[in-house]
Write a new protein. Sequence first.
Length: 388
Amino acid sequence: MTNIERAGFDTRAVHAGQEFDPTTGAVIPPIHLTSTYAQDGIGGLRNGYEYSRGGNPTRTALETQLAALEGGAAGLSFASGLAAEDALLRTVLAPGDHVIVGNDVYGGTHRLVRRIHGAWGVRHSTVDTSDLDAVRAAIEPGSTKVLWVETPSNPLMKISDIAGLVELGHAAGLVVVVDNTFASPALQQPIALGADVVVHSTTKYLGGHSDVVGGALVFAAGRDELVEATTFTQFAAGAVSSPFDAFLTTRGIKTLGIRMRRHSENAQAIAERLLGHPAVARVLYPGLPSHPGHELAARQMSGFGGMISIDLAGGGAAARRFAESTGLFTLAESLGGVESLVNYPSEMTHASVKGTPAEVPESIVRLSVGIEDVDDLVADVDQALARL
């Protein structure tokens, strides 16, 4: 199919980077399980492939697919989401530089900035990125280099104004990065709103089946120097996705649009069910009109996603009991798979940020709502609440 970049989202998800094999006609491109490539004389590379740390056709196919979905000019696939984040930060930052991160981001992101890059001499400010004035006040002219945005945020589901933050960031010469893991490109397009780079843990919704770990960066058009520099960092440091992991991620992406619609429908039903329950102090889901970011989310997203956080009225003890009482919702790290998961952030995904401005209240439980029959999921939540 020609002009695939002009096709609809689901068409791009299925076809971008997925041309049939020209030798056999195989509809699914083969997995290139090779470490090296024959050269036609010294330096005579075939299609640029030399060694699989530098490039692999299966990884290239995934990177093409990722860029097409996010509306970007280039994509890079990594061994994990944190590997992708680290490569970008290593490329952009130097000792003495300053980065702004949200006060409700994935705990691993905050840990990476605070402990790994902090030890290297990079400074950071933890700011509520849903407050434009707070972000503006945190910018240090000449020192701040990166504005790191996560929306919806993990796990408190804060909604940040991407276009507004881009305007602020670009006025100060910053690279504006948006972690789009929770929404996925099926529901949110940060590059269309002006972002320079989109980051993903492809482990989550893009892979979608809890069977592969990976990460990705997608770059907006016009950032050629940043693409080239980050590609070199990836090659030199080596945190690339394997061919088989790239294949699994590509396979998952092909059903992303369909899955995200079901995730969103199920999450909306559960969030509405939780409203007004005596054991629940707050339901944190942007699809609810009562959510403080609802109107903004409705403008910059095409759906509200599959993530819900619950603030239990009984505090930490109630949250722990709830998390250990579900049946269909499996107690586990991660999110975004077809199966439903429950997580206790304070002691699981965000344990590393205790004692920092990004600390998560002990009363919070996070649900990754899967694609099972919604009546069964609602019944599971009901029975877990009844045990409190």
